[in-house]
Ligand binder design. Structure first.
Ligand SMILES: Cc1cc2nc3c(=O)[nH]c(=O)nc-3n(C[C@H](O)[C@H](O)[C@H](O)COP(=O)(O)OP(=O)(O)OC[C@H]3O[C@@H](n4cnc5c(N)ncnc54)[C@H](O)[C@@H]3O)c2cc1C
Ligand code: FES
Ligand code: FES
Length: 1348
């Protein structure tokens, strides 16, 4: 064959300008694996392995020989097969700048704008921005939005990232240059008074802003590294027929069509891989094995996009990015009526995955995958486009992409030896209309719940339908059409009568079983009609331009229009340090996170970035796949026979008495042996030479089970089976609640359910255990919030003294409570394996393992009965709390207790009876999660108020205000609110948000718009700061001063993005009166500060700050004589002199909290919380009543943080917590089957807020003039308190739904559980569409998912 002449089996590509030539490539490797494991470029992170988080983003560049230009693409390294890099240039975060040389402006700006917290997502975000800049040195704000669709961050709330990066944009430059847009006067900005220059404080004094844009290094695109000349000059790699053989997979990259067809004939089962965004996921998560892979991307006919008289021919392997560019050009070039299908494709692509996926994914692949929720298939099917198929023996054939093309679940009529070579998309004409829609849980980068395309052709210049074809995704195992609608509507006029007829036929053609996979059957059915109705309105609006009798009401246009584009306005207000403050004194200044530059350059070392140790092995777990079962047998034969496998670690490696663990109760097993009570429980682990082998072998361990019953999954199941850890777990009573119910005029009863939440820290749980050569010593590197507790647990387990086990934690890529107790799950088995084999063991959970094994926030069911007077003043409440704990108690009792003591949120409820129940279920064991239990409980108080508001017909804002805690009020657990700034926060928030004006504006908007409604909410929060156990309120520090004057600071606070290290440096800087640059911190290490309290409950700065302060004070005292003797001297001189005088230059610090602290549950005496952090948020949203979609217009938050140690970090904590709360109450939904299988195991199915969820306007004010005598330097805790404010989005949505219900003649009272998903929003907006569908009788079907 001719290709034999130019065949290569050597992979050649460039990484950061350096040529990589590798003869020993395994086609199963991804680019991410290669970068991290072979090149040890660990800046590129792994957050999910499925293309959903963007942490692995790199830039891939290639030379386009046709257009003679270099193309740069953002690519998910986790999905990119290493073989696909042949002849390309890869740039990673290490390749663009470093702290050792020079930071790239992209790195500098994200750091300086406070856009990094834990920093795990940062390299990926940097690379998305960098790639955008390499393609366009002056991008627009819209470009920025698009660039970040595929990146997630769990910490920052995104606002500061956008804030920093908008300085690269065209819009920003125009403002800077004072240019006048559109002839506008004033500051040169078309936004006039709304200009972000004014809004964001660039006209303010540099001291008054969180960062100063003038300090940014200008961006000069000419300074970028050049594309490798070798790749540009020569096309030798492009011409090579690549054949790379691995152990199980062979990779072919043919260079012409003939070779491709020949290969497909030879290997009919071969997979064609273009972007690998489908196949990669199948291989990783469905364990599919495809021995032959063919990559067709260098075959001109397969990638070319050309036009003809009839339309456009798209090569099947053309990527979405190329298609989008081409079609946009066509749309601009041609008359509007010719390009209507193109437009619907381009419009759909905005919501199709993220930029990284679109850069590599192909249209042909999307069609051939035949996914039932493909976004392209409905458009192509409704328009019956033509597909060109080819095979070696039978040549070309053309088929219509109609209802028959998809033959089954993810299968097509294309024969094994055939390939899809092209897609022909026709031009439209003036009588043909095409609209397409998609509804997902999250608008950006999410798969569709239902999508639809409508294609209607009218008799020339009339409204008589000559043909209509509709196609829907998400309604069956494949994309479906409605043959009835097509046949029955032909010849009819486009009017409401026809619409109703269409509804009838659609209902008949799109049945959905109540137990259908995907769930939400009522919503999905409603969506089919709602989306069709949108098309009806849109086409009516088009027709009314020239058909006089077609009229649609102006108010109905709101059913067609999208939400307004966001302006990204924001403001941050804080107390500026007095001018008299010494420049060297870092306290209370908005200085950047200590590791920010290292985050941005990829130099920050996370647990899995630690260099490999000699002889290191990898541990992969074998976990239970059953929720409740007896283990009959565990067969490891096949796994242990694999090359590279060393051992199967399990319960047999432990004394039976030691095989248990648990934070409060020892009710969990390290390895499960006989009975499993949840999926994800560890049965054992394969130890192998490397990760890939360990994981493959772990999958080969065969386990036989016998199912056991009952399988208790939901809170309702637990109540039914009386399955509680304690019944009740806690009861709190104050006053006589029955009397209150009897004596007050109004009593209401209600209940609400709040679903759980996955931590989704970007860095999954990880540990490296290193046994030392002597005396049973061991070093453990762990991403833990509890180094001391981990050392204690390992010591106990192994029977080794704690002084021989050192746990080190440099930083954690987000914890949020999830790395308190759950880090033990992997560290203990890893320690057992390390001792057994006497070798270092590394263990890092995959995202799906992490989700299934480690649990999350507790779901709660809360039932309440509330008494109130005519004004709406609450006089008593009886509330029952049920939390779904999962299989073990973990910290669930504490979570419940915390929930119960916060249930009243900010409201003074004088008489109460509270009962709490910890439900034992067959789910993963739930644990601490930022604000442990409080948000769920507070949600119930707000629900009570909503009910009262509906009942009394009063604004909930008035009712909240009436019930707020005031100075001197006492809680039901007898703690007085002193220094209570709640009312002040409330007033400032109402004022700064313009609540009253907004209320009027919202009412006007709602009157003028039929299908879009706006809503407002004002939500307070009162958060009790402190652990419930007094012994946890202690901390230690160790301060070491060296003879050159440099200071090393050690304390027990783990850095996980919350900035504790930075704050501790600031405290030391103030106390020692030296600049922060002289002070350094390393990792938290149990051999420096013993017995440290877990970094949790928001108090790590409070506790460690005081310990640091004490240690620094001691040093300061010792140096005092030298300073007094030589007042003009320098710090270094005093230190030196003290050294020569043999004065100790190291000091420990120790702090224990106030003695009044500690609540006695039996007597109700003592202080429950150290103090309270107060805050208030006002939120405005808009909803689409036809789809349940929403957009947050504005958020204004006022919080009292006392005297903030670092306003930039604290504002970041508020924004991040707010967004996490917004996720909890609106976006994030864990989906469980009735048998306890979690269907939401990664970013593809579990949607945390993305960049697109940033509120249009996001203002945060730290209350001025506030202080706090109970914490370091008068500051207040901040990590958890703001989280509940995220619920303001849900309550604003509720307000908007009320408006929709009013419009449709329904009562204002309705139930809106958490999260307020599009499905819940849509169904609550009851109308003539939802009323067509009836709920199926419970018990008559098996639901696909259940509310746990
Ligand atoms: C994070 C993420 C987000 C996503 N979001 C969306 C979304 O919003 N909407 C959506 O619809 N999809 C989405 N997808 C799915 C996927 O990206 C698309 O289906 C994409 O079009 C696949 O393209 P690919 O080239 O990467 O596929 P590949 O994985 O390379 O190939 C897919 C399949 O097509 C076959 N194939 C490819 N070309 C041919 C050919 N010429 N002839 C015969 N068979 C062929 C392959 O053999 C393989 O079976 C998403 C995927 C990920 C990972
Ligand atoms: S690790 Fe690649 S996208 Fe998440
Ligand atoms: S800073 Fe983005 S995930 Fe932590």
């Amino acid at each position: 064959m001719d290709h034999m002449k130019n065949t290569s089996s050597v992979l050649v590509f460039f990484v950061n300008g350096k040529k990589v030539v590798d003869h020993q490539i395994d086609p199963e490797w991804t680019l991410l694996f290669y970068l991290r494991n072979k090149l040890r470029l660990c800046g590129t992170k792994s957050g999910c392995g499925e293309g959903g988080c963007g942490a692995c983003t790199v830039m891939v560049s290639k030379y386009d020989r046709t257009n003679k230009k270099i193309i740069h693409l953002p690519v998910n390294a986790c999905l990119a097969p290493i073989c696909s890099m042949h002849g390309l240039a890869v740039t990673t975060v290490e390749g663009i700048g470093s702290t050792r040389t020079k930071l790239h402006p992209v790195q500098e700006r994200i750091a300086k704008s406070h856009g990094t917290q834990c920093g795990f997502c940062t390299p990926g975000i940097v690379m998305s921005m960098y790639t955008l800049l390499r393609n366009s040195s002056k991008p627009t704000m819209k470009d920025l939005e698009v660039a970040f669709q595929g990146n997630l961050c769990r910490c920052t709330g995104y606002r500061p990232i956008m804030e920093g990066y908008k300085t690269f944009t065209e819009e920003w430059e125009l403002i800077q240059n004072g240019n006048r847009l559109n002839g506008e006067q004033g500051n040169g900005c078309a936004m006039g008074d709304k200009c972000c220059k004014l809004q964001n404080g660039t006209t303010k004094d540099p001291e008054e802003v969180l960062f100063n844009r003038n300090e940014f290094t200008p961006y000069d695109s000419s300074q970028e590294p050049i594309f490798p000349p070798e790749l540009k000059i020569s096309d030798q790699y492009d011409k090579q027929y690549l054949v790379i053989k691995g152990k199980t997979v062979t990779w072919f990259r043919p260079v012409n069509l003939e070779q491709l067809l020949q290969l497909k004939k030879q290997f009919p089962d071969a997979k064609l891989v273009v972007g690998n965004t489908e196949v990669g996921v199948e291989v990783k998560f469905k364990q599919m094995v495809y021995p032959v892979i063919i990559q067709p991307v260098l075959i001109p006919e397969m990638v070319a996009i050309t036009n003809s008289e009839k339309g456009v021919r798209i090569g099947a392997s053309a990527t979405f990015t190329d298609i989008e560019t081409y079609l946009k050009n066509e749309i601009n070039r041609l008359p509007e009526e010719k390009t209507r299908i193109f437009k619907s494709i381009v419009d759909m692509l905005i919501w199709f995955s993220g930029k990284q996926i679109r850069s590599v994914g192909a249209l042909g692949s999307n069609i051939m995958t035949g996914s039932p929720i493909s976004d392209m298939l409905p458009i192509l099917m409704a328009n019956e486009v033509t597909l060109e198929l080819q095979s070696r023996d039978n040549g070309k054939r053309e088929v219509l992409l109609d209802g028959n093309f998809i033959s089954g679940y993810r299968t097509t009529i294309v024969k094994p030896e055939e390939i899809l070579s092209a897609i022909y998309i026709p031009y439209t004409n003036s009588d043909r209309y095409c609209y397409a829609y998609k509804q997902a849980k999250r608008r950006e980068d999410d798969i569709a719940i239902v999508n639809a395309a409508v294609n209607v052709t009218f008799e020339p210049k009339t409204d008589i339908i000559s043909d209509i074809n509709v196609a829907f995704g998400g309604m069956s195992y494949k994309t479906v059409t409605s043959p009835k609608a097509r046949s029955q509507l032909k010849g009819l006029s486009w009017n409401r009568y026809t619409l109703e007829l269409a509804f009838t036929h659609l209902q008949q053609d799109l049945p959905l079983d109540p137990g259908a996979p995907g769930g939400m059957y009522l919503y999905r059915k409603s969506l089919t009609l709602s989306l069709f109705f949108k098309a009806f309105l849109a086409i009516s609006a088009d027709l009314q331009k020239y058909i006089p009798h077609i009229k649609i009401d102006k108010r109905e246009l709101s059913g067609i229009t999208s939400f307004e584009p966001k302006e990204y306005k924001s403001a941050q207000y804080f107390t500026v340090v007095p001018k008299t403050q010494e420049k060297s004194d870092a306290l209370q200044r908005p200085i950047i996170h200590k590791s920010a530059y290292k985050h941005a350059t990829g130099e920050a070392i996370f647990c899995d970035d630690i260099p490999f140790f000699e002889n290191e092995l990898y541990l992969a777990f074998v976990t239970s796949t059953k929720s409740h079962a007896k283990i009959l047998s565990v067969d490891t034969t096949e796994a242990l026979a694999m090359q590279g496998v060393h051992y199967f670690v399990s319960a047999k490696d432990l004394d039976p008495g030691k095989n248990c663990m648990g934070y409060v109760e020892r009710d969990e097993k390290i390895f499960y042996t006989d009975i499993v009570t949840s999926q994800g429980q560890i049965i054992g682990g394969i130890v192998a030479s490397d990760e890939i082998t360990a994981r493959k072998a772990a999958r080969k361990v065969r386990i036989e089970y016998e199912d056991l019953y009952p399988v208790i999954v939901t809170i309702a199941d637990a109540i039914k089976h009386n399955s509680f850890f304690k019944n009740p777990d806690k009861v709190i009573v104050k006053g006589d609640v029955e009397k209150a119910f009897h004596e007050t005029p109004h009593v209401l009863e209600g209940e609400c359910h709040i679903s759980g939440q996955e931590h989704f820290y970007l860095e999954t749980q990880s540990v490296v255990v290193v046994p030392k050569k002597e005396d049973q010593e061991m070093e453990i590197y762990s991403a833990t919030q509890c180094p001391s507790q981990l050392a204690e647990a390992v010591a106990q387990l192994l029977g080794i003294q704690q002084n021989k086990i050192v746990v080190k934690t440099k930083r954690v890529g987000g914890g949020f409570g999830g790395k308190e107790t759950k880090c033990f799950l992997l560290a203990l088995p890893a320690a057992v394996a390390a001792v057994k084999l006497n070798r270092p063991i590394r263990c890092v959970l995959e995202r799906d393992e992490d989700i299934v094994m480690t649990g999350g926030r507790h779901p709660f069911l809360i039932k309440y009965k509330v008494a109130f007077n005519n004004d709406g003043k609450i006089l008593g409440a009886h509330t029952k709390f049920y939390n779904n704990c999962g299989y073990s108690i973990d910290v669930s009792s504490l979570v419940l207790e915390h929930a119960m003591t916060h249930f009243q949120n900010s409201y003074n409820i004088p008489v109460i009876r509270l009962e709490g129940y910890t439900c034992k279920t067959n789910l993963p064991s739930n644990t601490a999660f930022r604000a442990t239990g409080c948000p769920q409980a507070m949600f119930s108080a707000e629900n009570m108020l909503q009910d009262i508001s509906d009942y009394l017909n009063k604004d909930p804002v008035t009712l909240s205000e009436l019930n707020l805690y005031r100075e001197g009020d006492t809680t039901f657990y007898n703690q007085k609110h002193t220094n209570c700034t709640l009312q002040k926060c409330w007033n400032e928030c109402l004022h700064s948000s313009r609540y009253l004006e907004k209320r009027k504006e919202v009412d006007t908007f709602n009157r003028e718009n039929r299908y879009k409604k706006r809503g407002l909410s004002v939500i307070p929060t009162t958060y009790g700061v402190g652990f419930p156990l007094p012994h946890l309120h202690q901390a230690g520090a160790l301060v070491l001063v060296y003879t050159d004057g440099s200071v090393l600071l050690n304390h027990g606070g783990v850095e996980m993005g919350q900035g504790v290290q930075t704050k501790m440096l600031q405290v030391a800087s103030r106390c020692l009166e030296i600049p922060i640059e002289k002070i350094h911190t390393v990792d938290v290490s149990t051999d420096k500060v013993p017995n440290s309290t877990a970094t949790a409950a928001s108090v790590s700065s409070d506790l460690n700050g005081m310990a640091v302060l004490q240690a620094c004070n001691t040093i300061k005292e010792r140096l005092k004589p030298y300073k007094e003797a030589n007042p003009e001297g320098t710090w270094e001189e005093w230190v030196k002199k003290a050294y020569f005088d043999r004065v100790s230059l190291s000091s420990t610090g120790y702090y224990k909290d106030w003695d009044d602290f500690g609540y006695n549950w039996d007597t109700g005496e003592g202080r429950m919380y150290n103090y309270y952090t107060y805050g208030v948020a006002c939120c405005e949203v808009e909803i689409d009543t036809l789809t349940g979609d929403h957009q947050v217009h504005s958020v204004d938050i006022v919080m009292d943080l006392g005297e903030s140690l670092n306003p930039a970090i604290d504002v970041g904590q508020i924004e991040g917590a707010f967004m996490q709360g917004y996720g909890l109450f609106v976006l994030e939904e864990l989906i469980y089957s009735p048998d306890g299988t979690n269907y939401s195991r990664g970013p593809g199915t579990y949607k945390i807020p993305g960049f697109g969820n940033i509120p249009g306007e996001f203002n945060v004010s730290l209350l001025k003039g506030s202080s706090n005598s109970r914490a370091v330097y008068s500051s207040k805790a901040i990590g958890e308190p703001p989280l509940f404010l995220g619920s303001s989005v849900a309550f604003a949505i509720r307000d908007a739904i009320k408006a929709a219900r009013k419009e449709n003649g329904h009562s204002p009272g309705f139930k809106l559980d958490s999260p307020a998903t599009p499905a819940r929003i849509r169904l609550a907006c009851q109308d003539n569409i939802t009323s067509k569908f009836q709920e199926a009788e419970p018990g008559t079907f098996t639901p696909w998912n259940v509310l746990v």
